[in-house]
Design a protein around this ligand. Structure first.
Ligand code: FUL
Length: 528
């Protein structure tokens, strides 16, 4: 979407609810709106509690964050010298003549990923051991000095070309911690070295969609830890690859806080930032965010109202859930029979994608340079289960009733970018679905239109349990029973429950930070 059509869309979404508001409220909203600058906003000392919550509800993802969120499932390929030494972390002293993946076929990796529904992959161009999978001109510790293809090979190139061919996104992992480089420990020299390597990766391989940094920082040969110049790296990435999301130690995407594939039940994409960062925002261009919110990202509560009220600013900073298909990040032959099963992967899908985060699933190729048979088979079966489960929305064709809602058909149109919204200033609603006959389902799907922000705070799904009217003396037999309840929705929320048979259900949105903008509602039955 280009910038102009984005502005037009936003305006439409603001104008419809405005028609139902008194003039004073409209003026306040306009004032607040002027301060919300896309994916961040500052909080002033005169902002009331209501102003802050209003702002939180109107912070939206940047275009690159939105694209990334819509990918839903991405992959890591952990591959490198560790694949040959059977280690997880190399110390940088490895004999790189061991590196010879004779059957390496990046097209096989990317094909398997694509067939599993994965929309973007990230290659470990350099892990902590410092060995480079591309022929970097700034070090001898790279593929160029290995027997593989007589030193003429380039894994990064092969992966990027396969991504281009298969039409999926391409990203790079470049470890700041480098246990091989003699410069590591000298901040100035090492940062220059790192920037040079980053420049190679961002200029030699076409479009790069994600750059992934972790924060590990050890001591160099001089006994010192270098201070990484993240700010300069962000500026460089924005300049060379403006569409790339910068993840984890980066301003666009945060680590969910576990490596088990499990996200939070309450997962807010809008987080508080402190005064120091507010100053950085003020000093910056105001057009782009190139800073990272500080603080413990492993806490349970990152974005509740209580936390927002103490903030100096708010930022869109969504969660990425990374996990490996095997116990280790790198391939180890002894783990060939420990590949996560399709069932395990499905559970992970629900606890990551289904909890408002993007799944980053690691699939490590072996030392022959191929992804193993078990990994491929489990991924295939997993994808089949997902496709079969979501093939039929049991709510399709339902008669929808809602006394304070606009645009109810959007809920069932299968489009993320159209939405139901409440009238006036209503932040709660009740949406009833008269299903097209009795249906059996055990899975709820909800999606918010995050182009307008993340808003829903509490919801309940109920079904009408039909009973004999005479027995209970009711005219229209039935009582409403709770099926499942939850807090945040965000881009996507999936909730499983014991199967229910019902002809009517209703969604009660009990609390929201502003008018809820729900883009999809679905009831599904998990495929066997
Ligand atoms: C961590 C690293 O230390 C692991 O080896 C792995 O690469 C994981 C994805 O990130 O920080």
């Amino acid at each position: 979407m280009n910038r102009r059509s984005k502005i037009i869309n936003v305006n439409k979404k603001i104008i419809i609810p405005l028609l139902f508001l008194p003039m004073a409220d409209i003026a306040q909203i306009q004032r607040n709106k002027e301060q919300v600058n896309g994916n961040y906003v500052t909080i002033g000392s005169s902002d009331s509690e209501a102003d802050i919550i209003w702002k939180a509800a109107h912070v939206v993802p940047s275009p690159r964050q939105l694209r990334w969120q819509e990918l839903e499932v991405t992959a890591f390929f952990h591959f490198g010298i560790n694949t040959f030494t059977n280690h997880e972390w190399g110390d940088g002293k490895e004999d790189i003549s061991q590196f010879n993946p004779e059957k390496l076929d990046a097209r096989q990796w990317v094909r398997i990923a694509k067939e599993a529904g994965i929309k973007q992959v990230i290659i470990t161009a350099k892990h902590h051991d410092g060995f480079c999978l591309w022929p970097s001109q700034y070090t001898e510790h790279s593929v160029k000095n290995t027997p593989w293809k007589n030193g003429k090979g380039d894994v990064v190139k092969e992966v990027s070309e396969a991504c281009w061919e298969y039409g999926i996104g391409f990203g790079v992992y470049l470890s700041p911690w480098d246990r091989h480089s003699s410069l590591y420990g000298d901040s100035e020299k090492y940062n220059a070295y790192f920037e040079n390597q980053l420049t190679e990766l961002l200029t030699h391989y076409g479009r790069v969609d994600e750059v992934w940094f972790d924060g590990a920082n050890g001591e160099g040969p001089n006994g010192k830890k270098p201070v990484y110049d993240f700010d300069a790296w962000y500026v460089l990435i924005r300049k060379l690859q403006p569409g790339a999301t910068i993840a984890i130690m980066g301003p666009d995407v945060r680590w969910v806080g576990t490596e088990s594939g499990v996200g939070r039940l309450t997962e807010w994409s809008v987080l508080p930032v402190d005064a120091k960062l507010q100053e950085k925002i003020a000093a910056g261009s105001q057009k782009d965010v190139t800073f990272v919110p500080q603080g413990d990202m492993m806490k349970d509560d990152l974005g509740s109202r209580a936390r927002l009220l103490a903030a100096k600013g708010l930022i869109w900073y969504p969660a990425e859930t990374d996990v490996s298909i095997r116990p280790g990040w790198f391939h180890h032959p002894e783990e060939d029979d420990k590949v996560k099963t399709p069932d395990d992967l499905l559970t992970i899908y629900f606890s990551s994608v289904g909890r408002n985060s993007v799944l980053l699933l690691n699939i490590p190729p072996d030392k022959s340079g191929l992804i193993g048979k078990n990994d491929e088979a489990h991924l295939k079966a997993w994808k089949k289960r997902i496709d079969e489960t979501f093939a039929v929305n049991m709510a399709k064709g339902a008669v929808i009733r809602c006394s304070n809602g606009l645009n109810t058909p959007a809920l069932l149109d299968g489009k993320d970018y159209t939405h139901f919204i409440t009238r006036g200033k209503d932040t709660a609603t009740l949406i009833e679905f008269g299903l097209n006959g009795k249906k059996t389902f055990d899975l709820l799907l909800l999606q918010e239109d995050i182009r307008t922000g993340q808003r829903i705070e509490r919801f309940v799904l109920e079904y009408r349990e039909e009973v004999e009217p005479a027995k209970h003396g009711e005219k229209e037999g039935g009582t409403w029973k709770t099926i499942v309840e939850g807090t945040t929705v965000g881009y996507k929320r999936l909730l499983q429950f014991p199967a229910v048979v019902a002809g009517s259900v209703r969604l009660r949105i009990e609390s929201s930070r502003s008018n809820p903008t729900l883009s999809e509602f679905g009831l599904y039955k998990l495929a066997e």
